[in-house]
Design a protein around this ligand. Sequence first.
Ligand SMILES: [Zn+2]
Length: 310
Amino acid sequence: MRNGRDKRRVKGVPREVELARIKEETSRKRRRRIVGWVASIGLLTTLATATLPNVITRIKDPIKAEQTVRISFEEALNNPNLRQTYLRQVADPLIKDVEQEFDAQGFIGRIVYDPNFEILEETSKKGLRKFAGDPKKEAYFRSTLRSIEEAREDREFGHLGQTFLPSTEACKRNPSDIHIGNLTFERAIVASEEDLKAIFDHELFHGVVYFRGMPIKKGLVNLNPKKDASMINPELISICDEVLAYHRELGLIEKGVRRVSSLFRQRTIATYNDFYLRLKAFTEVNNGSPEATFARGVLGSLEYHPGPRR
Ligand SMILES: [Zn+2]
């Protein structure tokens, strides 16, 4: 099993050699020199004070050390100053994989630790002022503000992350930013790094959709993008967006790629089912509208359905 201590080992150094070096390196002189350097790297200062003996073992050459310092989930939980760096550390390899899988190079811009989504709120309000009079852009910033409100109101099932498209121009290969709130660092809600990765699976999928559109099985949708798309109600679009993101997240959990805690899995299934039923209601309107056709197209593309498989 991996644990925090093992993760901190210098790559390629056997544990016995490392232990021998720990003993060797406790001389006062050495300690003073290293502490001076650690203190100079800003964000890691608090980590250094908290776990000084460990830090000493892994710092021999400052340049090499920079490559091997990894923040653990526990450390990020205990120290808010480490969270921004930690989130980027967890997200980067996942972003690379998704870029390859969906041919989406450059689909993510910033990963922002945004405790109560104040940064995103400010950005959206600025956007509203800047693009006043542009109904499409205004609608986008308003929906972001609504989503922030929901996240603040519903601690258990609200959004833990928010994917935001600064350009507001979807499907034009523009990068999205991902904002992660502080509920993500409450153990009752997110129990492990695996749970956090599942949150990123979800948010990254929003990013893919904003970058290149919704993946819908061919042949299921026969819509005229210019004429019909404008007739689709924005509520349905946002339901589809969530259904697809939860579907991706749940898919990786069910395949065993993400070994999330059971509570996290239950919450994901409950939220997925909720959005799924709202989507299904749109498919049950038999008026031949582009909306019903679009909803059926999305529903027909899903692999996971609530209850017994259809
Ligand atoms: Zn979402």
